[in-house]
Ligand binder design. Structure first.
Ligand SMILES: NC(=O)c1ccc[n+]([C@@H]2O[C@H](COP(=O)([O-])OP(=O)(O)OC[C@H]3O[C@@H](n4cnc5c(N)ncnc54)[C@H](OP(=O)(O)O)[C@@H]3O)[C@@H](O)[C@H]2O)c1
Length: 284
């Protein structure tokens, strides 16, 4: 699996697995654990989770999936903004470590900006790093002005990523945030890369422009959506999938990314235009 380099020098795989909505239903747990293990076997060893998902349930699912294989995995988790003060970060991280069954989270993120001063959260993150409880730290759902403010604070130069909503129908980050991150060699993590809502038939995956490219390559629309993101410089992609067929398809999007032709990319740009002006960061 190709890796990007974080500002600390650590490598981060470009394609991983999300876990939002996992750990909520005990009846689904076995399938969720199996999906994450399958993904790991296929090389998708980055696993993204958060204390919020299933109120700790998703971290427990991840803990079960990675048991005995911790060294293969690049583990990402997130702290709630209302736990982002000095003591709250420490305690939240220790709870996450227990649920994950590990002594270290590779990349620990502030889930979104709340009321705690950023300087305090960064200081708490730096302490966790010194203690070896986290490898790197970063943020999520930060727009360009939040990033600029955070980067200027003590420890801000160590911010390793911004995890944001980015996919073919949500391209706003290309206007300013993504170029800003690229200049500083800060990988951007693209969440909800499939913009897939099971209740919404006409979501991204139902769009004809995607189907046209998929047909040409004998691929699925989801694979095209992921392949397009995987071609963007400095971007890490974290689709969530429980169905084994989805997990396999998502892994194969890596090869499709290499196979996309200029006419495919032009078709996608026509169907899903790049931003023409600044817009506030979209989020879930
Ligand atoms: N930082 C943040 O604020 C934030 C916000 C949202 C998400 N995230 C992270 O990003 C991850 C991904 O985002 P997401 O879960 O919102 O959405 P997503 O990955 O874009 O979409 C997930 C949905 O797509 C389906 N799917 C997966 N692979 C597919 C394929 N090949 N073909 C068709 N459908 C497919 C899944 O179905 P099955 O599960 O049934 O296979 C699931 O219903 C999350 O799980 C989470 O880790 C972070």
């Amino acid at each position: 699996m190709k890796r990007l380099q974080l500002p600390s020098g650590a490598g981060i795989p470009v394609l991983g697995q999300g876990t939002w909505n996992m750990g909520e239903d005990p009846a689904a747990r076995q399938a969720e654990v199996a999906a994450l293990r399958l993904g790991m076997e296929l090389g998708m060893t980055l696993i993204d989770t958060a204390e919020m998902y299933g109120e700790g349930g998703a971290e427990e699912v991840v803990g079960e999936a990675i048991a005995g294989r911790r060294d293969e995995v690049f583990l990402v988790s997130k702290v709630y903004p209302h736990h982002a003060d000095r003591r709250g970060v420490q305690e939240a991280c220790e709870r996450s470590l227990r649920r994950l069954g590990t002594e270290r989270i590779d990349l620990y993120l502030l889930h979104w900006r709340g009321n705690v001063p950023l300087a305090e959260t960064l200081d708490a993150f730096a302490r966790l790093r010194e203690q070896g409880k986290v490898g790197d730290f970063g943020v999520s759902n930060f727009d360009i002005d939040d990033m600029q403010e955070a980067a200027a604070l003590p420890g801000g130069e160590l911010i390793a990523t911004d995890q944001v909503l980015y996919n073919l129908v949500q391209r706003g980050v290309e206007w300013e945030l993504l170029p800003w991150c690229r200049e500083r060699h800060i990988p951007l993590m693209a969440y909800s890369p499939l913009e897939s809502n099971p209740l919404e038939q006409a979501g991204l995956l139902g769009k004809p422009e995607l189907a046209a490219v998929a047909r040409r390559h004998g691929a699925t629309p989801a694979q095209v959506a992921l392949a397009w993101l995987l071609r963007q410089d400095g971007v890490v992609v974290i689709p969530k999938a429980v169905r084994p067929q989805h997990v396999r398809e998502n892994r194969a999007a890596l090869e499709l990314a290499q196979a996309l032709q200029p006419e495919d990319l032009a078709g996608l740009d026509a169907g899903f235009p790049a931003p023409r002006r600044r817009r506030p960061l979209a989020m879930r």
